[in-house]
Design a protein around this ligand. Structure first.
Ligand SMILES: Nc1ncnc2c1ncn2[C@@H]1O[C@H](COP(=O)(O)OP(=O)(O)OP(=O)(O)O)[C@@H](O)[C@H]1O
Ligand SMILES: [Mg+2]
Length: 248
């Protein structure tokens, strides 16, 4: 029997700005009807050229952005039907997010950055600290727990951002180029941590340009022309592809 689906995207479109010409001038593509499922225990890698909509896809999956049309579900929650408070709660409790630009809070130490989502959710300071210490240790950053983001290397900051995404019981892990600033040994170590979390039951969606890291995934999907193309290179939905071609 296959595992329950944690993330469901159906016919998801996202149009940026006011007019396709503007977007095309920037060399990027809007999402034009993405269908994607990620099951518990499954790690899916997303690959595609710059501007193909990979970060947009992750923002939508994590409830940070709303689709222009289509549905996004995390577990049983229809993300589009939640109000801002509901979406914030979903993100804090269930979604671990490694942002492409990290988004660490500069005024907080590594430890404080990692405990923040737990404390916002009402976890006691002592328990939050214990969980954050464990998460920092997973990425080998427990020795630098008191350091501020501005005093870290890019790779160290990236590892803190990963610890923040892993802390607590996350059901959905979204990682946008989480290994970009890491040397290959640390990158592999981070992939091992992500893989272990997914094997323990989380669903994972990983954006990467690195084929060696994509090889840790159960499945690789490609974003092309605003659609998800599966590993065999066929559109997941030929009708959507045709619709997209007509409206382009
Ligand atoms: N906030 C925004 N406002 C307007 N356009 C946007 C916005 N965010 C993304 N876009 C546009 O949407 C398209 C997809 O961008 P996105 O950042 O999702 O690509 P990406 O695949 O993550 O690229 P990269 O590999 O460079 O990170 C691009 O054309 C981009 O210019
Ligand atoms: Mg991106």
């Amino acid at each position: 029997m296959s595992s329950p689906v944690m993330l469901t995207m159906r016919g998801v479109t996202r149009v940026h700005g006011h007019g396709a010409a503007q977007v095309h001038a920037l060399g990027g593509t809007d999402l034009r009807g993405v269908d994607l499922d990620v099951a518990m225990g499954e790690l899916v890698a997303v690959m595609g050229p710059s501007g193909s909509g990979k970060s947009t896809l992750l923002h939508l999956a994590g409830g940070l952005d709303s689709p222009t049309s289509g549905t996004v579900r995390v577990g049983r929650d229809d993300v589009g039907a939640l109000d801002a408070k509901g979406r914030a709660r979903l993100r804090r409790k269930h979604v671990g997010y490694v942002f492409q630009d990290l988004n660490l809070v500069p005024a907080l130490t590594a430890m404080e950055n990692v405990t923040l989502p737990l404390e916002l959710d009402g976890v006691s300071a002592r328990r939050a600290r214990a969980a954050a210490t464990a998460a920092l240790a997973e990425v080998d950053m427990d020795d630098l727990a008191d350091r501020f983001p501005d005093d870290m290397s890019g790779g160290q900051a990236q590892r803190v951002a990963i610890a923040r995404a892993l802390v607590g019981p996350r059901r959905l892990l979204l990682a946008d180029e989480p290994t970009g600033a890491l040397d290959s040994v640390t990158g592999e170590a981070v992939m091992r941590v992500l893989r272990a979390r997914v094997d323990a039951g989380a669903a994972g969606l990983l954006v990467t340009h690195d084929a060696r890291h994509a090889a840790w995934a159960d499945r690789i999907v490609f974003l092309r022309d605003g659609l998800v193309i599966d590993e065999t290179g066929t559109a997941t939905d030929a009708d959507t592809l045709l619709d997209g071609a007509v409206t382009a």
